[in-house]
Design a protein around this ligand. Structure first.
Ligand code: NAD
Ligand code: UFG
Length: 340
């Protein structure tokens, strides 16, 4: 029998790509999203790509009764939990809002899962839980924290809550996926990242410079101890990331307990290298200025991918040029986002 996966935050950037891959892998998908940072139009786009219109609930994870209804109306085998706020800077100015949504909302979800005996969970964590790592590449057994902002702390707390839950309720099977820097878009150009307002992240910012919405890219610091002085990150294609979730769900079904796995490529690229790759992809010059470092940024962050290969049988396959080409296709085909 087909398994049914509840995807919270399923109309968002990573969630929508994961729904496409889940459907194509033969799962039934139920999406729950309050549409805070995404549009209902994403559902039709998923249908265009897969031929399946996923069942959708416009529900907030803070709404315990609403959650209960979703669990009562569907026979769920597992949950992939993407729903949350993710803007690092905003989390510094609105910590309570972030903790309310990312912690209280998640607690509601875990409580509802327990009540309805849905024990398989994949949680969207982040490389931000490692804080400023002692060295790179980063392994899963590195020390966690201290984090540098409430968003990061909300991920670290969720991980701890889930470790405690796993100890107390051994029937749970939980996979913590620590994403590095997801970029790119589905090859169709139909779904991708739609930033709200001025983008915080590098790729959406560069894409908006390329399309003429922004004048130039501010490169945050050129005096890091990296080959060209600019920050180095592990950029991973969002479709590779989505495929990692399919493997993580399969892993969760076959075991009990809790485990954490990095999802990255294992390769670091600097800000200037990304700018150059994007220029190549879009055929336009990206104007840039070197400015001061951004507070809280670290020099280098990239994954050790050994564990993902060993326990999930997964590794990323798309290269940086493909990531930039797919980002550009989505940006140029959807200059005003996904609203139809
Ligand atoms: P996104 O904002 O595109 O998607 C999150 C979705 O959750 C949105 O559709 C939003 O409307 C929904 N949502 C937010 N609060 C909700 C609530 N209370 N109830 C129901 N729905 C709610 O973000 P994304 O980039 O797809 O990220 C997905 C997850 O991955 C997040 O948990 C994020 O913290 C984590 N993550 C993202 C990155 C990244 O760089 N994009 C890196 C590491 C981890
Ligand atoms: N950068 C610029 N200019 C910009 C934006 C970014 O130079 O306008 C630089 C940053 O200084 C950094 C690199 O580009 O060196 C990447 O920055 P992002 O903001 O795109 O990504 P971060 O690595 O800072 O953080 C991202 C997510 C976090 C997540 C983390 C690890 O935003 O939520 O990856 O997964 F926790």
């Amino acid at each position: 029998m087909k398994k049914t996966i509840l995807v919270t935050g399923g109309t968002g950037y990573i969630g929508s790509h994961t729904c496409v891959e889940l459907i194509q892998a033969g799962y039934d998908v139920v999406i729950l999203d309050n549409l805070y940072n995404s549009s209902k139009a994403v559902l039709k786009r998923i249908e265009t790509i897969t031929g399946v219109l996923p069942k959708f609930y416009e529900t907030d994870i803070l709404d315990a009764e609403g959650l209960d209804q979703v669990f009562s109306e569907n026979h769920l085998d597992a949950v992939i939990h993407f729903a949350g706020y993710k803007a690092v800077g905003e989390s510094v100015s609105k910590p309570l809002t972030y903790y309310q949504n990312n912690i209280a909302g998640s607690l509601n979800l875990y409580e509802t899962m327990k009540r309805h005996q849905v024990y398989n969970l994949v949680f969207s964590s982040s490389a931000t839980v490692y804080g400023d790592p002692a060295s790179v590449p980063i392994r899963e057994d590195f020390l966690l924290g201290p984090t540098t902002n409430p968003y990061g702390t909300s991920k670290l707390y969720n991980e701890q809550i889930l470790r405690d839950l796993s100890k107390a309720e051994p029937e749970f099977s939980i996979v913590l996926l620590r994403y590095f820097n997801p970029i790119g878009a589905h090859h169709s150009g139909l779904i991708g990242e739609v930033p709200n307002g001025i983008p915080n992240n590098l790729l959406p910012y560069i894409a908006q410079v390329a399309i003429g919405k922004r004048d130039y890219l501010s490169v945050f610091g050129s005096d890091y101890s990296t080959p060209d002085g600019t920050g180095v990150r592990d950029y991973i294609h969002v479709v590779d990331l989505a495929l990692g979730h399919i493997k993580a769900i399969e892993y969760a079904f076959g075991r009990k307990g809790i485990d954490a796995v990095n999802l990255g490529t294992g390769h670091g690229y600097s800000v200037l290298q990304i700018k150059d790759a994007f220029q190549k992809a879009c055929g336009k010059k990206i104007a840039f200025k070197i400015v001061d470092r951004r507070p809280g940024d670290i020099a280098e962050c990239y994954a050790d991918t050994t564990k993902a290969k060993e326990v999930l049988g997964w590794s990323a396959k798309y290269d940086i040029d493909t990531m930039c080409q797919d980002s550009w296709r989505f940006q140029s085909q959807n200059p005003d986002g996904i609203n139809d």
